[in-house]
Ligand binder design. Structure first.
Ligand SMILES: [Zn+2]
Length: 111
């Protein structure tokens, strides 16, 4: 009844068992004039893999792509943190060293 009760339908993605092409319902297949948000089940039986031409039965359900891409984003995020942290540490160490040298030099200069 309330607008909150309506959830966007998450369509399952399908992977081609022959070449690994992934059909994403949210993108559709513009090489065959399949509109975005077309469920794999709703594809015409004549539809074939745009990469290798395999028929629909060769495809297997790999679940909603949202979960898969979210996992990939998490991986990327983890890599970003792992690669950034050492350089930030180096910056901090060199920055602190430089400041210490400047501090000693200024003290020496004052004396
Ligand atoms: Zn294929």
């Amino acid at each position: 009844m309330s607008p909150e009760a309506i959830e966007p339908k998450i369509l399952d993605s399908y992977e081609c068992g022959a070449c690994g092409y992934i059909y994403e319902p949210r993108k559709g297949d513009d090489t065959r004039d399949i509109a975005a948000d077309t469920a794999f089940e709703a594809l015409p039986e004549t539809w074939r893999c745009p990469v290798c031409g395999a028929r629909k039965p060769r495809f297997s359900n790999i679940g909603p792509i949202g979960g898969v891409s979210g996992f990939k984003e998490n991986l990327k995020y983890g890599f970003g943190v792992n690669t950034m942290t050492p350089s930030q540490k180096n910056l901090l160490i060199f920055g602190a060293l430089g400041l210490a040298v400047l501090f000693f030099l200024s003290l020496y200069g004052l004396n």
